[in-house]
Design a protein around this ligand. Structure first.
Ligand code: PEP
Ligand code: MG
Length: 754
């Protein structure tokens, strides 16, 4: 029979013969030898060889018909080396009439293969993974047909079974080689922290294999549990200490909350009960964890879910302590950690220098782990379904967290593209770095001010790194959100004092507590409002519960300790609200003076312009406020009555509309007339074209996400402001819904770069 011309029947016959061979006696190697002989005959080839993948990405010749037998186990090729390595690395067949002229041909004298001209090889695949390569060779320059390639691919499946049986090489080898050879896949998820990274997968499966769930001796199990719990406490304490030493910040709060959980009596009592019911210590932890997971699946409240997932992480850690394997996973270089979920403490335990990115099957933007990832500037994607099943240990992985996707075992082309865009990013970073120390002055000599927005202590490092003039918006609520209880005045004072310290003399504008809406304080009851974005939030809460604002003002005054203090209120709808809030601050300043505490010098109290109604009250507002900062995210949301978080509306209204820009130019005009500084601190200021438009309508101070400083400064330094202002004074009366195109064209024609 020949598969050559014999078509599918020939292939089926060959397959039947091979199956019969598989059932025969002898060692696995002897069977493999018979198999290659049969394939050679079936395919009318002088040579048939089977290479098996060994640890270290090496393909080893295991059996051959036609090549010299002494080459068996001697000939070894790296994945990617020679034609066999090429087939494995691309996981695709190769058919060459003249193999030796192929650029990848690697001559191996021990095989005696120089007399064979043509070669056809296919990958031996199992579970999507390359576990070997099957090759036939002929003396003549044979043109192998598509059908023959298919026939060889089918026979390779039989060889795969033999390899995977574990008789030929230990099964573990073929299950978990180096991850090379699995077919490329793209997985989608949700971006939790943007960024781009290339690395190797490290699977984080916490579950140790359990031997005994049931135990006879509860006394002994209690002892084991107690010592594991003690170990867990010690480990958390160590972690806390390191976090404190490395600058502290919110990590410390998160870890402290965590340790509190580890001491939670309810949790410990439930574990104890489970042991009493006859479970081993491990069985008890699993049971309590399972119960929590069941509850978790029913809970919708994000706060409670967060707490339950903290408990879930603790249970995993406790299991590791019980198994005596409590040490953190040692990461290889350039690691991409893949996990179902990760706790913030676990994330902090990894060696940041080796960690490139994180892929989670669960996770949400408000999860603690996501907050920590953003603080560490670590690309992270979440909600990646089946990540642990679809990614193998040590697989090559590209995490494109900017677009919420990951490429697993990417092809060379994708990897090249990503490497290119990483290089481009690095180049752009270098360009931005080159203007870091230069002033933000337009080409026609107008000095402008560029600041960063911050919300975590760790963000403060961007102040010096970006060369920004100061912090134009410090979102104080973030520190409240990552804690487990409301910080008292002393704790707040300490926190603000550290911000001052890190600002090293540059100005910081503290925005008072902006909670409510989507910013939930874990320890506050949820209001269940129908429209939380326009509900009881921000300054509205502060005016109803003035103690909150008083305490915050008291802490800020104490932290300023006689230095300048800039603060502003969020979500003001009427000038009267501003006045009322300012009075509360004044009371605190007077109180400080009475107690001999130095009052801030100067104290500047500003208003955030986020609600359109305030635009028509500017004269009264400006009589009271020291400065105005436009929160363009909320302003646009209320201006267009369009939910800022709803992706379906994201492109419907352009803030670069004549309506919005007209409103802003009117605000700029009135602020200038009243000599009150005006800035914009919403997302608009972070995008060069939007920022250019803001400058064009007369706003000279912008506060933005730290990575935007470079591009916006480039834009400023390449811009002639006066002609732009002239041009825009006409453009904002344009009848279109957006003037973005016109502004882009203007930038292009006038050499504005970013
Ligand atoms: C804004 O609304 O534009 C703003 C800066 O505040 P936040 O994004 O924190 O609501
Ligand atoms: Mg806002």
């Amino acid at each position: 029979m020949t598969a050559q011309g014999g078509g599918t029947t020939g292939a089926r016959l060959l397959l039947r013969r091979l199956r019969a061979l598989m059932a025969e006696g002898g060692t696995a190697e002897e069977r493999l030898q018979r198999i290659v002989r049969t394939i050679a005959a079936g395919m009318v080839a002088e040579v048939c060889s089977a290479y098996v993948m060994r640890p270290g990405e090496v393909l080893e010749l295991f059996a051959t018909e036609g090549l010299k037998l002494e080459a068996v186990h001697r000939t070894r090729l790296r994945v990617g080396e020679g034609l066999v390595g090429d087939i494995a690395s691309h996981a695709r067949p190769l058919a060459l009439a003249d193999a030796q002229t192929h650029p990848n041909f690697a001559y191996r004298p021990e095989t005696g293969e120089e007399i064979y001209r043509s070669l056809m090889g296919v990958p031996i695949l199992r579970g999507g993974r390359v576990i070997g390569v099957l090759v036939v060779q002929n003396r003549t320059a044979r043109q192998y047909t598509e059908e023959e390639i298919e026939a060889l691919e089918t026979t390779a499946m039989v060889v795969a079974e033999l390899i995977a049986s574990g008789d030929l090489v230990p099964r573990a080898e073929t299950r978990s080689t180096e991850g090379i050879g699995l077919l490329p896949t793209r997985l989608e998820g949700l971006s939790l922290c943007p960024g781009l990274a290339i690395g190797r997968a490290v699977l984080h499966k916490q579950r140790p294999s359990l031997v005994e769930i049931v135990a006879e001796n509860p006394v002994r199990e209690r002892e084991r549990l107690a010592s594991a719990v003690a170990g867990l406490h010690r480990a958390l304490d160590d972690l806390l200490q390191t976090a404190e030493h490395s600058g502290g910040g919110e990590h410390v709060d998160i870890l402290e909350a965590y340790r509190m959980f580890a001491e939670d009596r309810g949790w410990l009592a439930r574990l104890d009960e489970a042991i009493a019911s006859g479970l081993s210590a491990e069985g008890a932890v699993l049971k309590v964890q399972n119960d929590a997971r069941v509850r978790m699946s029913q809970v919708v409240d994000p706060y409670l879910r967060e707490r339950l997932s903290d408990l879930d992480e603790l249970a995993d850690r406790l299991l590791r302590h019980l198994a005596g394997a409590a040490a953190a996973i040692a990461l290889p270089e350039k690691a991409v950690v893949v996990a179902r979920t990760l706790g913030p403490a676990e994330l902090l335990e990894f060696d940041r220098k080796r960690l490139r990115a994180i892929i989670l099957e669960e996770g949400s933007p408000t999860a603690h782990v996501a907050i920590v990832a953003r603080a560490l500037d670590l690309p992270m994607i979440g909600r990646v379904e089946g990540a642990l099943a679809r990614i193998e240990e040590r697989d090559r992985v590209i995490v494109d967290a900017d677009n919420g996707q990951a490429f697993i075992r990417p092809g060379d082309d994708i990897e090249e593209k990503v490497a290119e865009s990483m290089a481009l990013k690095a180049h752009r970073r270098a360009v931005f770095a080159s203007v870091r120390e230069l002033p933000s002055v337009s080409r026609d000599g107008v000095a402008l001010s560029l600041s960063i927005n911050a919300g975590l202590l760790i963000d403060m490092q961007h102040l010096a790194a970006s060369g920004a003039d100061g912090v134009g918006l410090y979102r104080t609520e973030i520190a409240f959100m990552v804690r487990d209880n409301f910080p008292d005045v002393a704790q707040q004072t300490e926190f603000y004092r550290r911000i001052y310290e890190q600002a090293a003399g540059k100005p910081v504008i503290f925005r008072t507590l902006d909670v409510g809406g989507d910013k939930v304080l874990p320890y506050w009851p949820r209001s269940g409002e129908e429209n939380p974005a326009i509900g009881w939030r921000a300054l509205r809460i502060a005016l109803d519960l003035p103690t909150l604002l008083r305490q915050q003002a008291r802490a800020l005054i104490a932290a300023a300790a006689g230095r300048p203090l800039d603060m502003m209120f969020p979500m003001i709808a009427t000038a009267a609200e501003f006045t009322a809030a300012r009075r509360i601050v004044d009371i605190e300043v007077a109180r400080a003076r009475q107690r001999g505490i130095k009052a801030p010098e100067p104290l500047r109290v500003g208003a955030m312009l986020e609600v359109p109604s305030l635009i028509w009250e500017l004269p009264s507002l400006l009589a009271e406020a020291d400065f105005v900062s436009v929160g363009s995210n909320d302003l646009a949301q209320f201006f267009f009555a369009s939910d800022r978080g709803n992706p379906r509306l994201a492109d419907r209204y352009d803030p670069l509309s004549p309506a919005m820009l007209l409103a802003l130019s009117e605000v700029a005009r009135q602020c200038a007339a009243a000599r009150r500084p005006l800035s914009v601190c919403g997302e608009m200021a972070s995008k060069p074209i939007e920022a250019m438009a803001l400058l064009g309508v007369g706003i000279g101070s912008l506060s933005m996400a730290p990575p935007a400083i470079g591009p916006v400064k480039l834009m400023v330094r390449s811009l002639e402001l006066d002609p732009l202002r002239n041009y825009m004074s006409g453009l904002i009366h344009h009848p279109h819904a957006s003037i973005r195109q016109e502004l882009m064209a203007y930038a292009r024609d006038h050499g504005v770069t970013f």
